[in-house]
Design a protein around this ligand. Sequence first.
Ligand code: CP
Length: 299
Amino acid sequence: MKHLIDIKHLTNDEILQITELASYYEDHVPYGTQKKKQAGSVALLFFENSTRTRFSFEMASKKLGFSAFNFDAQKSSILKGEGFFDTLNNLNAIGCDIAVIRHSKEGFIEELAKNEYSYGLSLVNAGEGKASHPTQALLDFYTLKKHLKTVENKKIVIVGDIIHSRVAKSNIELLNRFGAHVVCCSPSYFEDWTLTSAKYEPNLKTALKDADAVMGLRIQKERIETRVPYAQYIEDYQINETNLPQSAILMHPGPVNRDVEISGALLDSDKGKVIIEQARNGVFVRMAVLDLIYEGVKR
Ligand code: CP
């Protein structure tokens, strides 16, 4: 792997290799760092807000013994007119091996990776617009496998703002490949008509029936121009103590808007613990991703 830009670029074997290495790191690097002979340097370039992804990439880098550098876009020379590609070339010249990028523009990271100029930097997509969030899908897959053993023939229901969700799109791509039955549930104004690879069920009660896992999604206010009828949304689509099936695990990529997509009481119950575990698992999965990319580049 030189880059990680989209789930579609990974084979099933590579996905399983990432989850196996993440599991190794979960068991063997509980705290502190694993010093590598030749440590890599990771630049974290986030042009959209983030808590979990940025911190877990930084934590993953440090646990591997890599150096991690946060790029402050507001204080960078991009504001003096420097282009993104030139910025990356310079970061590489200074000594960065991997650039972890979050950006609102879809297809941006792939375009950077295709650039005809050559540079040695590996690029990792840390969330791109509404289109893709591959490491979130990988950590969700890792979490699902820990709880359900396999996703094959499991019913996984994704509830909420599907159309604006990069997490939903990357998860659907990955979960379909491993034989899961993915059902999307949302009001029509959040349905993504282009997503033909997942079943759509507008009624929450019907969608949740016999679910093995339920993923809530945040309403992405920053990407919505029209008014969302919040009160009606909560009444019809909030996941709570009365509608979540007993046997289903509850997931959410975060950040959660408490009492909107999931009730506060459910979040604070045992059912809410898997959501926090997802954030923790993100560190191991991102360690695996950074390690495999770094080893691939140096080989
Ligand atoms: N799940 C996720 O991407 O969270 P952040 O936006 O906090 O990184």
